[in-house]
Design a protein around this ligand. Structure first.
Ligand code: F6P
Length: 292
């Protein structure tokens, strides 16, 4: 499903996550002065904050300078950038959920490490991770089928949990998209789960998925009537977050199959996303199949 890195690739991946940990406090420190909107939009048509552009530049410069990283790609840029020799490509959402900066709510940075050219897919993924800019500055990394969570407040990787695993009993659910825009199948699924679980949704994928990793449950950004592929991007959000949840013992789905099996045809391709405990992912797939 995903690739096993060679020893050389492992060394590059170590450096990628060390670099991300070093930059995380710097990015956090830059946020108070960069809460304002710029007059630009990103390739997905979203208005950029000055913080989005700053984080993207900082990450491109630092990750692009690592020996072995050949391509830097970002949700903030139209095309991947050739940054040197090497068979490793990094694809980033520099500040995922950055609209949460204005109300001072959590958001994150997501990274996918692929082998070879982009767009990459699950079968070319080597590792993935995210930084969560919450009350505590943490980095969660999935490698070799395992997930760790580290405190990176000092710029160093200080591991606080070396085996992140989804709790067996789900507790929370959270989902994006306007309710009138949901499909009949997704509305039926939410009807089923709302009696049993607690709604928790903050509007930043990283923070919302981290709640699922912490408490068990499901995060969905579903296919919508107006957007059959939903909102989230396969390269920068769907694949890396699916890998983390699957390595933590959960499942992922685009509605019918694991997000790690979705064919990547376009760089800024969108994908419906469901991440969480196995039983809930099975339930969302069967309810969607029965109604849509
Ligand atoms: O893709 C950016 C993002 O902010 C995600 O982090 C989040 O899950 C989603 O968009 C929130 O979208 P909405 O504002 O439609 O709930």
């Amino acid at each position: 499903m995903t690739l096993t890195p060679t020893a050389d690739q492992d060394a590059v991946i170590d450096e990628i996550f060390e670099t991300l940990a070093t930059l995380a406090p710097e990015i956090r420190a830059s946020l108070p002065g960069r809460r304002v909107k710029s007059d630009e939009t990103n390739p997905s048509g979203e208005v950029r904050l000055e913080a989005d552009a700053y984080a993207d530049e900082l990450l491109e410069e630092a990750l692009g300078a690592i020996d072995g990283v050949g391509i830097y790609a970002s949700e903030e840029q139209a095309d991947p950038i050739d940054v040197g020799e090497g068979d490793i490509s990094v694809a980033l959402d520099p500040l995922d959920g950055s609209s949460n900066i204005q109300p001072n709510s959590p958001m994150g940075t997501i990274i996918a490490v692929y082998e070879g050219d982009l767009p990459g897919q699950g079968s070319s993924l080597l590792a993935s991770g995210f930084v969560l800019f919450g009350p505590i500055l943490t980095m969660t990394v999935a490698r070799d089928g395992q997930v760790y969570e580290a405190n990176v407040g000092s710029g160093e990787i200080d591991i606080i949990n070396d085996a992140v695993t989804l709790p067996a009993e789900p507790t929370v659910y959270g989902m994006g998209g306007r309710v009138p825009d949901w499909t009949a199948g997704f509305a039926a699924f939410i009807d089923e789960v709302e009696d049993e679980y607690k709604l928790r949704y903050g509007g930043s994928m990283v923070a919302d998925v981290n709640q699922v990793l912490t408490y068990g449950g499901i995060f969905s950004y579903p296919a919508l009537q107006s957007a059959p592929n939903g909102k989230l991007r396969l390269q920068f959000e769907g694949i890396p977050m699916a890998y983390i949840v699957e390595c933590a013992g959960g499942h992922s789905s685009d509605g019918t199959q694991s997000i790690l099996d979705v064919e990547a045809t376009e760089f800024h391709q969108r994908v419906p996303v469901h991440l969480g405990n196995e039983a809930l992912i099975g339930q969302v797939e069967s309810t969607l199949a029965a109604h849509d």
